[in-house]
Design a protein around this ligand. Structure first.
Ligand code: C2E
Ligand code: CA
Ligand code: CA
Length: 600
């Protein structure tokens, strides 16, 4: 009795377990999105499971009666369905083209597996049905993500590089060329900061939509990064030339893009172009060179187009090499300051010197600042270099004061980037106090470019420096936007007339008149004037006649190492002493005879 109860309990538990596992299996089948059926030949029993309803629009109960199928499935599909259900071969596969049971069409794949006995008669059959259009869709989605940019619908970097290589291979076979443009929105970061990321994306989208219009079987447009677009043209020429496309683009860019919030944004784009075969023999090289050309366009022709050539590459490589070597030039003590003397135009007295940096490379060659200062400004290395220059110039001032009683002025060139640093004034004042140098002996040379970005802020900063007693000089006057009217607002003590003016003073009447009026006006504003690049006597004469205060140039002295300049200082000190002695003597000879009787 007990044993029977026990067995019943066991069976009940087993039954529960089986029910539960059956429920789980059915749930799995449902989630899998597949449909299955099973047929046992010996017992003539048919079982079906899975999602027949959503795959074929069939309820499982109709499956056991194949005749009923025709009421539910279109004739040709029914035949296929029936033939696979009747499959006798193991691994038999069949794809039903379309099943017209539901809206839209899906592609079903059916696979039959049949088990055979040793005598070769079938025992049981398993059939799997799955929706392969869903797999296909997923595959297409993945492909899209892999090859296309979701924001603009243009092809992405991967796809573009492959397409460009395809064009190049085709061009190599057909002996023609491929043109590649890299386009970058100028100042996009600033635009993005002002309108926000979402509207920034909208702008990118609008640009992308416009660029997509250029696409045809020989033109591919891609988006490379945030605001960088690329256009590849197979066999460029005529309407399919980069010049033509860029001029159409430029015309479009003259009109603003209107964003969803009503904002109107006008942008420019800089474009660099490289061509296969001259500009590289593979997609990667051509892209790299187009990028170099794009950077060149940004620098020299912002909003315009630049074409890659060998000179551009050489210059680029030189810049890279300078940038690389600049990194440790300070630690290796590779910089020196040269000093170019400045003289009073009337008396010929030494006013002081302009400190000009030189870079002595490891092999002893001297590299001109004209070559490395612009690179240092771009890389930011100018801050460290500028600090070194300030310290060197101020310590030199200090030692010249001690050795030669020098009370003149050293002018130091300041880069715009240095002025942007908050600690500039405190740094200079600390150096002056550390080296016991008076502010009046230091002059800072700035150029008009420092005012471009933040005019007011720069003026404030300069005023603090000037109020501390340091002189400010405006360098290269005449080469920038040089408006005379704004000179009044600037806190400057000295104006340096650029060499280009000095060069043509004596042989071009207009330059002469302009220079003379600048000097006269500036004098009235209480400023001093320095003429730089004075190379001959007639220029000197001319400048002295119009009362330019100071003369600097090869005529009176080239930039020289400190040790050579000390020769000048020594001579200067001797002259001063001599002058003082003469004056003292004069005083003596004047005083003595007048005060005393003849017989003294
Ligand atoms: P700059 O400030 O206009 O300096 C004057 C340049 O003209 C110097 O070239 C000088 O050697 C040259 N020069 C002076 N007199 C004559 C002349 O009679 N004839 C000719 N043909 N040239 C003359 P340098 O030393 O090669 O300096 C070039 C530029 O490099 C400077 O132009 C300045 O912008 C920059 N630079 C030099 N040193 C520094 C520095 O310490 N810091 C910064 N930020 N820039 C510097
Ligand atoms: Ca200068
Ligand atoms: Ca200058």
């Amino acid at each position: 009795m007990d044993a029977t109860y026990y067995q019943l309990d066991m069976l009940k538990t087993l039954n529960e377990k089986l029910k539960n596992s059956d429920r789980i299996n059915r749930a799995f089948l449902k989630i899998s999105g597949h449909a299955y059926c099973y047929y046992n030949y010996n017992m003539d029993c048919f079982e079906a499971a899975g999602d027949w309803q959503s795959l074929c629009g069939l309820q499982i109960r109709y499956l056991s009666d194949l005749d009923l199928l025709s009421d539910y499935v279109a004739q040709e599909d029914t035949d296929t369905l029936i033939s696979i259900l009747n499959a006798e071969k193991s691994g038999q596969e069949m794809v039903i083209g379309t099943v017209g049971l539901r809206e839209g069409s899906i592609q079903l794949e059916m696979i039959a597996y049949v088990n055979y006995s040793l005598t070769g008669s079938p025992i049981e059959k398993f059939i799997l049905i799955q929706d392969i259009s869903r797999v296909d869709k997923k595959k297409k989605e993945l492909e899209y993500l892999a090859y296309f940019d979701t924001l603009t619908g243009l092809c992405n970097r991967n796809y573009f590089v492959n397409k460009l290589q395809e064009y190049i291979d085709k061009a190599a076979a057909m002996n023609t060329s491929v043109s590649l443009a890299m386009l970058d929105i100028d100042g996009f970061k600033r635009v993005n900061d002002s309108i926000g990321l979402i509207l920034g994306d909208e702008l990118i989208q609008d640009v992308g939509v416009f660029l997509k219009e250029f696409e045809n079987e020989n033109i591919t447009v891609g988006r490379f990064g945030a605001d960088v677009f690329n256009i590849a043209i197979f066999d460029p020429g005529g309407m399919n030339s980069m010049e033509h496309i860029f001029s159409r683009l430029s015309r479009r860019l003259k009109r603003p893009f209107i964003l969803s919030n009503g904002d109107e944004i006008t942008i420019t784009m800089s474009c660099g172009v490289a061509e296969y075969p001259e500009g590289g023999d593979s997609s990667f090289v051509v892209i790299k060179n187009a990028e170099i050309a794009m950077f060149r366009a940004k620098e020299t022709n912002r909003g315009g187009i630049a074409f890659f050539d060998q000179d551009m590459l050489d210059e680029f490589l030189k810049t890279i090499s300078i940038e690389h070597r600049l990194k440790d030039a300070i630690e290796t003590n590779s910089f020196v300051l040269y000093y170019q003397p400045q003289f009073d135009s009337m008396t010929g007295a030494l006013r002081g010197a302009e400190a000009l940096i030189r870079w002595r490379d490891y092999d002893g060659t001297i590299i001109s600042p004209a070559d490395f200062i612009p690179v240092a400004e771009k890389s930011g290395a100018i801050i460290a270099i500028g600090n070194w220059v300030l310290k060197e110039a101020i310590s030199t001032l200090s030692s010249w004061k001690r050795q030669f009683n020098f009370d003149g002025i050293i002018s130091v060139n300041l880069s715009a980037l240095q002025l942007k640093k908050d600690d500039l004034d405190s740094r200079i004042l600390k150096l002056l106090s550390d080296y016991n140098v008076e502010p009046k002996n230091l002059e800072l040379e700035i150029t008009e470019s420092v005012f471009i970005d933040d005019y007011k802020e720069v003026i404030e900063k300069l005023r603090v420096i000037k109020d501390a007693g340091i002189r400010i000089s405006l360098d290269d006057f005449g080469t920038g936007f040089s408006s005379l009217s704004y000179l009044r607002e600037l806190p400057i003590d000295t104006l340096k007339i650029d060499k280009s003016f000095v060069d043509s003073l004596t042989n071009d009447e207009t330059t002469g008149i302009i220079t003379e009026s600048i000097i006269k006006m500036v004098k009235q504003l209480g400023m001093k004037t320095v003429a730089e690049g004075v190379e001959n006597e007639s220029q000197y004469e001319w400048l002295r006649n119009i009362e330019c205060d100071t003369i600097q140039g090869y005529l009176l002295g080239k930039p020289m190492p400190a040790i050579d300049f000390e020769g000048l200082l020594y001579k200067n000190m001797s002259n001063e002493l001599e002058k003082e002695n003469r004056q003292n003597e004069k005083k003596r000879t004047f005083i003595i005879p007048a005060e005393f009787p003849d017989d003294f």
